[in-house]
Design a protein. Sequence first.
Length: 107
Amino acid sequence: MEVKCEQCGKHLIDTEKESKGSIAVEVREAGFISKLPIFFGVTDGFHFFCCKDCWNEWFKVHCKHTEKGDEALAKIKEDIPKMAEHCARVASGLQSAFEQLKQKRKI
Protein backbone atom coordinates (compact mmCIF):
# COMPACT_ATOMS: atom_id res chain seq x y z
CA MET A 1 0.00 0.00 0.00
CA GLU A 2 1.26 3.46 -0.84
CA VAL A 3 1.17 6.06 1.94
CA LYS A 4 0.99 9.70 0.82
CA CYS A 5 1.07 13.05 2.57
CA GLU A 6 -2.53 13.95 3.31
CA GLN A 7 -1.96 17.60 2.46
CA CYS A 8 0.16 17.67 -0.70
CA GLY A 9 -0.07 14.05 -1.88
CA LYS A 10 3.70 13.42 -1.86
CA HIS A 11 4.68 9.74 -1.73
CA LEU A 12 5.97 8.87 1.75
CA ILE A 13 6.39 5.08 1.91
CA ASP A 14 5.17 1.78 0.53
CA THR A 15 4.10 -0.73 3.16
CA GLU A 16 2.54 -4.12 3.52
CA LYS A 17 1.08 -3.21 6.90
CA GLU A 18 -2.66 -2.65 7.30
CA SER A 19 -2.90 -1.25 10.83
CA LYS A 20 -2.72 2.55 10.90
CA GLY A 21 -0.74 2.33 14.16
CA SER A 22 1.89 0.12 12.52
CA ILE A 23 1.98 2.36 9.47
CA ALA A 24 2.46 5.39 11.77
CA VAL A 25 5.60 3.78 13.19
CA GLU A 26 6.98 3.14 9.69
CA VAL A 27 6.18 6.69 8.60
CA ARG A 28 8.03 8.15 11.61
CA GLU A 29 10.99 5.79 11.10
CA ALA A 30 11.21 7.04 7.51
CA GLY A 31 11.50 10.61 8.82
CA PHE A 32 7.98 11.80 8.14
CA ILE A 33 5.17 12.94 10.45
CA SER A 34 2.24 10.94 11.78
CA LYS A 35 -0.41 12.61 13.93
CA LEU A 36 -3.39 11.41 15.94
CA PRO A 37 -5.36 14.66 16.43
CA ILE A 38 -8.13 13.24 18.65
CA PHE A 39 -8.08 16.19 21.04
CA PHE A 40 -9.17 18.47 18.21
CA GLY A 41 -12.28 16.66 17.00
CA VAL A 42 -10.64 14.37 14.43
CA THR A 43 -11.43 10.81 15.43
CA ASP A 44 -10.61 8.78 12.33
CA GLY A 45 -7.15 7.68 13.42
CA PHE A 46 -3.64 8.57 12.29
CA HIS A 47 -2.86 11.05 9.55
CA PHE A 48 0.44 11.23 7.66
CA PHE A 49 2.44 14.23 6.42
CA CYS A 50 5.73 14.91 4.67
CA CYS A 51 6.63 18.02 6.71
CA LYS A 52 5.49 20.41 9.44
CA ASP A 53 4.18 22.90 6.90
CA CYS A 54 1.80 20.31 5.41
CA TRP A 55 0.72 19.23 8.91
CA ASN A 56 0.03 22.86 9.90
CA GLU A 57 -1.96 23.57 6.73
CA TRP A 58 -4.03 20.39 7.14
CA PHE A 59 -4.59 21.19 10.81
CA LYS A 60 -5.95 24.67 10.02
CA VAL A 61 -8.62 23.15 7.75
CA HIS A 62 -9.55 19.96 9.65
CA CYS A 63 -9.02 20.65 13.34
CA LYS A 64 -10.64 22.98 15.79
CA HIS A 65 -8.83 24.47 18.74
CA THR A 66 -11.13 23.82 21.65
CA GLU A 67 -10.67 24.68 25.26
CA LYS A 68 -11.35 21.05 26.17
CA GLY A 69 -8.67 19.81 23.76
CA ASP A 70 -6.16 22.38 24.95
CA GLU A 71 -6.86 21.41 28.58
CA ALA A 72 -6.44 17.70 27.83
CA LEU A 73 -3.10 18.32 26.11
CA ALA A 74 -1.91 20.54 28.95
CA LYS A 75 -2.83 17.81 31.48
CA ILE A 76 -0.93 15.17 29.52
CA LYS A 77 2.14 17.41 29.22
CA GLU A 78 1.93 18.13 32.94
CA ASP A 79 1.82 14.40 33.71
CA ILE A 80 4.84 13.46 31.57
CA PRO A 81 7.43 13.84 34.38
CA LYS A 82 5.28 11.72 36.73
CA MET A 83 4.78 9.07 34.05
CA ALA A 84 8.51 8.98 33.30
CA GLU A 85 9.30 8.59 36.99
CA HIS A 86 6.76 5.78 37.29
CA CYS A 87 8.21 3.99 34.24
CA ALA A 88 11.71 4.29 35.71
CA ARG A 89 10.54 2.77 39.03
CA VAL A 90 8.81 -0.11 37.24
CA ALA A 91 11.90 -0.76 35.08
CA SER A 92 14.09 -0.72 38.18
CA GLY A 93 11.77 -3.17 39.92
CA LEU A 94 11.88 -5.50 36.93
CA GLN A 95 15.66 -5.31 36.84
CA SER A 96 15.81 -6.20 40.55
CA ALA A 97 13.44 -9.12 40.04
CA PHE A 98 15.57 -10.46 37.18
CA GLU A 99 18.73 -10.09 39.27
CA GLN A 100 17.11 -12.06 42.12
CA LEU A 101 16.04 -14.79 39.71
CA LYS A 102 19.53 -14.90 38.28
CA GLN A 103 21.03 -15.27 41.79
CA LYS A 104 18.59 -18.06 42.70
CA ARG A 105 19.44 -20.01 39.54
CA LYS A 106 23.16 -19.88 40.39
CA ILE A 107 22.59 -21.60 43.73
